[in-house]
Design a binder for this molecule. Structure first.
Ligand code: ZN
Length: 346
């Protein structure tokens, strides 16, 4: 039987328990039929570390990232379960085309349509231009005083049309202080999340320590799953362990980002690449983890600088098929069959 030791706090049974299964890839990104986990055969993450990560870094990865929003688009998670990080959110979403062009928006569960949709941020206000019928968006602070507002906003009746989505008295007060008199509310316009026919959104999310640690944990869990607890408990891995567990060090020293544009490749190979990839590779004397959720952003995680014993494989991965909800090991055989895919990821 595998040794019951936690690869993060380095405690062993009975000091800590190993009752809960630790999902290599957190379940928010899919409940797979043949999912790969720790503590069922191969141990590795104690119950208290499991809970600690779940309440902190895992939560942010699931809620406050581009990939976290795609979960709802791909029906991995029911829309009504959508939860935002609220004021703590570091996700910045900007309208690029269509009605919301130039505005800042946020995702919210829309009960009426049972969907997660984009809504204008409460501190944003749109003013309709008379020349082209489009709205220019301002934050409440940037909103010009009524006396400074250009003629391009006035209609033939000398009125200005606003678009906003808030019910906050303090914001209304600020608008009134700038000399505006609100005559009536306009209906809120709702547009489909990611519906490119209507609108295009741009996502910006700083890969901070929290996201970096969450992604690194997936990679490090996977290395443990494949090479065993003893292997990853060696002090060779102390830097990545302490980064994940204690937030020691800087994210830039561990995590690199590459954008993936895989749609074209999917067509060329005629295979579905809808899903996640988790893997690792040995390059020179370094070990890197490779993570991609929904085949969007590719994260490369430096797991160790100098490894000791050379394992027999030099790279390995698992594909999490979110269409059929199955996991599949990417073996050497697959790498010959679909070399492009393998090379791209690992
Ligand atoms: Zn632990």
């Amino acid at each position: 039987m595998s040794v019951k030791k936690c690869i993060y706090c380095l405690k062993t049974e009975p000091q800590v328990t190993f009752n809960k299964a630790e999902h290599i890839l957190i379940q928010s990104f899919g409940k797979f039929e043949n999912n790969i986990v720790l503590n069922r055969g191969v141990y590795g993450v104690c119950d208290s570390c499991n809970q600690f990560f779940g309440n902190t870094i895992d939560r942010v990865l699931a809620r406050d990232t581009f990939e976290g929003i795609i979960r709802f688009k791909e029906n991995i998670t029911e829309s009504k379960k959508y939860k935002s990080e609220g004021q703590r959110s570091l996700l910045r979403i900007k309208g690029v085309e269509g009605f919301f062009e130039g505005s800042l928006v946020y995702p919210r569960y829309d009960e009426e349509n049972d969907e997660v949709r984009m809504f204008l941020l409460p501190d944003q206000i749109g003013i309709k231009r008379i020349d082209n019928g489009k709205y220019d968006f301002f934050s409440i602070e940037e909103l010009p005083d009524i006396k400074d507002i250009p003629k391009t906003y006035y209609d033939e009746n000398g009125k200005v049309e606003f678009f906003y989505d808030f019910y906050d008295e303090s914001i209304m007060t600020k608008i009134k202080e700038k000399g505006y008199r609100i005559e009536r509310d306009y209906p809120i316009q709702e547009l489909d999340l990611f519906d490119s026919k209507n609108i295009l959104f741009e996502f910006e999310r700083k890969i901070d320590d929290t996201i970096g640690r969450a992604v690194s944990k997936i990679a490090f869990n996977y290395l443990c799953y494949d090479l065993g607890v003893n292997y990853v408990c060696s002090e060779t891995f102390n830097n990545i362990r302490n980064f994940i567990y204690k937030a020691e060090g800087n994210v830039e020293d561990f995590v690199q980002i590459e954008d993936m544009k895989l749609l074209k490749i999917e067509k060329e190979l005629n295979i579905s690449l809808l899903g996640h990839l988790v893997g690792y590779e040995f390059v020179g004397d370094k070990i890197y983890g490779v993570i991609s959720l929904f085949n969007t952003i590719k994260y490369r995680v430096l797991l160790c600088n100098k490894f000791g014993t050379l394992p027999s494989t030099s790279s390995k991965g698992h594909f999490f098929d979110t269409k059929n909800m199955l996991t599949k090991e990417i073996s050497k055989k697959d790498s010959r069959e679909i070399p492009k895919m393998f090379n791209l990821y690992l």
